[in-house]
Design a protein around this ligand. Structure first.
Ligand code: F6P
Length: 191
């Protein structure tokens, strides 16, 4: 325990066109990031490094070039937006204006029709968080909402603020335990 590395998948084809959810692959820029990430991580020579990704193509492709054992966990999949999967925020505004307004009001508790809320994601993450606390040198490659939940858990962020935590693309987040608190550092990759 005491050391956690987390990052989002590289830019995906859906990031480029602003669609949520889905299982798109990396964009050309995302693939370049995966390559520089692999070089950067390899150079750190982390003992018994493991890669944990979601089961979605974009996180698997982001980690694939790193020489380390890889596992793919459903718990790390992005928030499931149910009926709204694969829509853009503009399409959401047109087709589901009431839902979007509800979400704006209470983003933490808001559950997509047939989908998940941030609270649901927090709950499904519990076993993974418990395991992460016992591991060192796990590189977790996941998604915006899931990483917000993981960071919120380690940094003890007030729950209502968790859905707004800034998790930039192409940036490695390192948490180090200092006493009882985690200290956060970020490394922005050049791509
Ligand atoms: O847009 C990328 C994405 O990972 C979507 O797949 C997901 O629905 C969204 O971010 C989560 O962020 P927010 O809760 O702010 O919409």
């Amino acid at each position: 325990g005491g050391l956690f590395f987390g990052l989002q998948h590289g830019e995906s084809e859906y990031n480029v066109i602003g669609r949520i959810g889905g299982d798109a692959n990396l964009s050309p820029r995302g693939r370049m990031y995966a390559q520089s990430l692999a070089k950067h991580i390899q150079a750190l020579n982390l003992p018994s490094l493991q890669i944990w990704t979601s089961t979605l193509q974009r996180t698997k492709a982001t980690g694939a070039g790193i020489q380390a054992p890889q596992i793919h966990l459903h718990e790390l999949d992005e928030i499931w937006s149910g009926e709204c999967e694969s829509l853009s925020y503009e399409e959401l505004q047109e087709r589901y204006p009431r839902e979007l307004a509800l979400r704006d009001r209470e983003k933490l508790k808001y559950r997509y029709p047939q989908g998940e809320s941030y609270i649901d994601v927090m709950n499904r993450l519990v076993p993974v968080l418990t395991q992460l606390e016992c591991e060192t040198n796990v590189l977790t490659i996941s998604h915006q909402a899931v990483l917000r939940c993981i960071l919120g858990y380690f940094l003890e962020t007030p729950p209502e603020e968790i859905p707004y935590i800034h998790v930039p693309l192409h940036t490695i987040i390192k948490l180090t335990l200092q006493g009882y608190n985690y200290n956060m550092e970020t490394v922005k990759m050049p791509i």
